[in-house]
Design a protein around this ligand. Structure first.
Ligand SMILES: [Ca+2]
Ligand SMILES: [Ca+2]
Ligand SMILES: [Ca+2]
Length: 193
C-alpha cells in the first residue's frame, strides 16, 4: 500500500514537472498588424517580417490563432526575429512553437531555428502544413536566446505562432527523485518493523 502511494506521489510530481507553466510565451495577438513590422520584445535583423491579423485575406491559420508572423516580410528579404530571456535559472528549457508552410503556395523552404545550448534546427514545412515543434536547449549564465529565420526572399514565408519556453527537469533529477522516494519507503518499512 505504501509503495503504491509513493508511486502515485512520484507520478504526480513528474506530471507537474511535465506540465510546468511556461516561463515565457508569445502568441503575437497583441502586436500591431502590418507589413514589414517587428514584434514587441523581439529584435528584428537582416530583413523584414509581417504580422498577419485576424480577418485579413491572408488569415490562413485557424481563427483561434489570432495574429501570427509571416517570417518573410514584404521587402524581398526575410528577416530574423530573436528573443533573449535573462531571468532564468541555468538548466534545460524546451522551446515550443507552431510553424506552418505559407499557404500562398510559395513552395517549400527552410526555416532555421536557433536556441542556446542546442544545434540549429532546420524545418521545411510544406504548403498548408501546420504543426507543433519542440526543441530542447539550455540557459547558461541566466540567459536563453532563440531566433527564427526563413531562407525566403519572395515575401512568402513560413508562418509562426504560439512560441513558448518551459523549464525541463534536469536529466539527473528523475533518478534522484525516485531514489528519494525509495529511501522514504525504506524508512517507512523500518519504522513499522
Ligand atoms: Ca496568435
Ligand atoms: Ca510576407
Ligand atoms: Ca518564400
Amino acid at each position: 500500500m505504501k509503495i503504491r502511494m509513493l508511486a502515485v506521489a512520484a507520478a504526480m510530481v513528474l506530471s507537474a514537472a511535465a506540465h510546468a507553466a511556461p516561463v515565457y510565451s508569445d502568441n503575437f495577438d497583441s502586436d500591431a498588424q502590418g507589413l514589414n513590422v517587428g514584434v514587441a520584445g523581439w529584435t528584428l535583423t537582416g530583413g523584414t517580417i509581417d504580422v498577419v491579423p485576424v480577418g485579413s485575406s491572408f488569415q490562413f491559420l485557424g481563427a483561434a490563432n489570432g495574429n501570427y508572423v509571416d517570417l518573410d516580410g514584404s521587402t524581398g528579404q526575410a528577416g530574423t526575429i530573436t528573443k533573449t530571456l535573462t531571468v532564468l535559472a541555468d538548466g534545460a528549457y524546451a522551446l515550443t512553437f507552431e510553424l506552418a508552410g505559407n499557404h500562398r503556395d510559395g513552395g517549400v523552404e527552410a526555416t532555421t531555428i536557433t536556441l542556446s545550448g542546442a544545434a540549429n534546427t532546420v524545418l521545411t514545412p510544406a504548403v498548408n502544413d501546420d504543426a507543433w515543434y519542440t526543441i530542447v536547449g539550455s540557459a547558461t549564465g541566466g540567459t536563453l536566446t532563440f531566433s527564427f529565420h526563413d531562407a525566403s526572399a519572395d515575401n512568402i514565408g513560413s508562418l509562426l505562432d504560439n512560441v513558448s519556453v518551459t523549464a525541463v527537469p534536469e536529466p539527473g533529477s528523475l533518478p534522484l527523485m525516485l531514489a528519494g522516494f525509495a529511501a522514504l519507503g525504506f524508512a517507512a518499512r523500518r519504522r513499522r518493523s
